[in-house]
Design a protein around this ligand. Structure first.
Ligand SMILES: *[C@@H]1O[C@H](CO)[C@@H](O)[C@H](O)[C@H]1NC(C)=O
Ligand SMILES: *[C@@H]1O[C@H](CO)[C@@H](O)[C@H](O)[C@H]1NC(C)=O
Ligand SMILES: *[C@@H]1O[C@H](CO)[C@@H](O)[C@H](O)[C@H]1NC(C)=O
Ligand SMILES: *[C@@H]1O[C@H](CO)[C@@H](O)[C@H](O)[C@H]1NC(C)=O
Ligand SMILES: *[C@@H]1O[C@H](CO)[C@@H](O)[C@H](O)[C@H]1NC(C)=O
Length: 559
């Protein structure tokens, strides 16, 4: 991960490890002594003669209600061979009953490749999972777009056992990630933004089929986190998004306005990867395409293990014809928006930056605070130095900036990284959309609950950092998806989060939250007790302003 650089760290955070998730699903559902999930099955006939799918049962986490689950329904043809990199093609109908008892293959990720499978099988990942308690209702639909730094993520990582406590249908589509999704040459063969097209096709699928699962196609809410928030906000702005595909949107911890959300030079990237694959004449379009299409999945993933990917502007599908800052100027949708971030959403960037620095200099404290800060600012491309200068003034006392006292600078590091990578892009999305459509509610939140579990150092541990993670990136999802064995107040917080998210999906109003009444606020602080702040820009200095911010440092450790 270190070699991927900071942008790719987004990934860690969007997802749980498969092993842990698998364990917890068993943990959460396995103590029923019931044989139901093994033996009872349920069939649903899709619309338009598409075919029949076979599902089974799961149980909600708190009240033990039974729900039906259809895991791994294919919505697109495998994007392999000639279809690799291309816009997805709707799955052709099948005869007989297709088993959706198990999750489909996740879209290829270097760490999760099953060596037994052919490339065509590995790339057959455009499956979606549907969870519902009632096949004959007309329930609101929640459509989740996973994060994972644009190079990871799966339906399997998002257990539904909390959200299904409420009367909603949950759909978790898979979309292509990494090079196999995002590479582009700006030509027909690799038109760009294929993963966003995957999501659009899955949304079409919902329009056609969700009534068969007791879902109301007129009441779809999209929600996405981290890289998934980038995709969800891109859908809001894209002229390719059909008017009726969804009626509300939740954008968590990321937006298409972030520097990490847009790929600056995909064309050069595809040529470099072509060369890395050992192909010749990568400058020639036909050779380049041939090379990328014919390469083995595994070789592509190895060749791109240190690359970052993301949506691009100017794709040939017309998904993002201009930069989001242009597209938003003609934004006319009347879609209630709930968007926000965690209180210390950038601490994972600080952690990965710290690792990167520590791998180069044995004593990080030999750098001054100012040098350390400049390195963080260099991760984004502000060629004028405005970010560097303004944030240095705003967040650091001069005597700290010129010292080597990194422990004292920790709260400011938190605010710096959170502002640059998450909060400013989310606030920009919220306020620009509010300015365009002031009569459509925009709810802004800061998730501030500190519970037992954290995604800080999720994959490699966090014991070596001279700071704590705070309310870390992705910690909000701990209370929406059943990935951890919550108890006590943590469960209470999960119940609160589920109530907020589902009430927004059901009524368009997240219970108890206040919408913006100006571009300054108010905003909602999500905690066991909900509170509000008047000025949303105060979220940018929340760590330095926190009287109790000493807890963010690990006193016994030096940088
Ligand atoms: C992708 O996510 C899975 C499941 O959370 C995890 O096991 C794997 O290590 C991740 N891969 C990478 C490259 O981060
Ligand atoms: C599980 O199956 C066994 C054998 O069919 C049956 O005796 C038992 O009652 C079942 N348990 C539940 C909880 O349904
Ligand atoms: C996607 O789901 C379909 C139906 O369950 C299955 O045929 C296909 O193999 C799945 N893809 C993968 C790669 O698991
Ligand atoms: C690291 O650098 C700082 C600042 O120059 C210095 O005070 C400290 O003694 C150094 N630590 C080690 C272990 O060399
Ligand atoms: C920043 O811009 C320079 C010059 O345009 C470019 O070489 C560099 O790759 C960019 N860095 C990032 C992180 O986008």
């Amino acid at each position: 991960m270190r070699k991927r650089g900071v942008y790719m760290m987004l990934t860690l955070c969007g997802v749980a490890t498969a092993a842990l998730t698998g364990f917890l699903v068993i943990f959460l559902t396995g103590n029923h002594g019931a044989n139901a999930s093994e033996e009872s099955t349920v069939k649903v006939e899709l619309s338009n003669g598409q075919g029949e799918v076979l599902g089974n049962y799961g149980y909600t986490a708190w009240t033990d209600q039974t729900f039906m689950q259809f895991r791994g329904i294919p919505f697109a043809e495998p994007p392999t061979k000639d279809l690799r990199f291309r816009p997805p093609v709707a799955r052709s109908p099948w005869t007989g009953t297709l088993s959706a008892l198990n999750f489909g293959q996740r879209c290829p990720v270097i760490t999760n490749l099953d060596g037994q499978l052919s490339d065509a099988e590995l790339e057959d990942c455009l499956n979606l999972s549907v969870y519902t308690k009632n096949l004959y209702g007309s329930q609101p639909v929640m459509f989740y777009i996973y994060g994972g730094g644009y190079y990871n993520g799966s339906a399997e990582d998002h257990p539904p056992n909390y959200i299904l406590e409420k009367d909603v249908v949950l759909v978790v589509p898979q979309y292509r990630v990494g090079a196999l999704g995002w590479l582009s040459t700006y030509t027909e063969e690799l038109p760009g933004n294929a993963p966003i097209a995957d999501i659009l096709l899955a949304l079409d699928w919902v329009q056609t089929h969700i009534s068969r699962f007791g879902g109301d196609p007129q009441k779809v809410t999209i929600f996405g986190q981290s890289a998934g928030g980038g995709v969800a906000s891109a859908l809001l702005l894209s002229p390719k998004t059909g008017e009726n595909l969804f009626k509300r949107a939740i954008v968590q911890s990321g937006s298409i306005f972030a520097s990490w959300a847009i790929n600056k030079d995909p064309k050069a990237q595809s040529q470099q990867i072509c060369a890395k694959l050992g192909c010749l004449s990568c400058g020639q379009q036909d050779k380049l395409v041939e090379c990328l299409r014919e390469a083995k999945v595994k070789d592509i993933l190895i060749a791109t293990s240190s690359e970052s990917f993301s949506p691009l502007v100017g794709d040939l599908q017309g998904i993002l014809p201009q930069h989001p800052s242009e597209l938003v100027k003609s934004y006319r949708r009347q879609i209630p928006l709930l968007t926000g971030f965690t209180q210390h959403d950038g601490s994972f960037v600080l952690a990965s930056y710290y690792d990167a620095v520590a791998s180069k200099v044995s004593n990080v404290s030999s750098l001054s605070v100012r040098q350390f800060v400049q390195g963080i600012n260099n991760l984004v491309n502000d060629t004028t130095g405005l970010t560097d200068n303004t944030l240095s003034r705003l967040l650091f006392k001069p005597q700290i900036l010129n010292s080597h006292d990194h422990n004292a600078a920790v709260p400011a590091y938190f605010d710096l990284t959170s502002t640059i990578f998450m909060k400013s892009p989310v606030i920009t999305l919220a306020t620009k959309i509010y300015d365009q459509q002031p009569l459509t509610p925009v709810y802004l939140y800061s998730f501030e609950y500190e519970g037992k579990y954290t995604r800080f150092g999720y994959e490699f541990g966090n014991a070596h950092y001279p700071f704590n993670g705070g309310v870390h990136h992705s910690n909000d999802n701990i209370y929406l998806f059943a990935t951890h064995p919550l108890e006590g107040e943590d469960t209470e917080m999960a119940q609160k989060m589920v109530e907020l998210w589902t009430s927004f999906a059901i009524d368009g109003v997240p219970s108890e939250l206040s919408p913006l009444t100006s571009a300054s606020g108010p905003y909602n602080q999500l905690n066991l007790k909900l509170t509000k702040g008047d000025d949303l820009l105060e979220t940018l200095t929340v760590a330095i302003d926190d009287p109790d911010n000493g807890r963010l440092q690990r006193e016994d450790m030096e940088f």
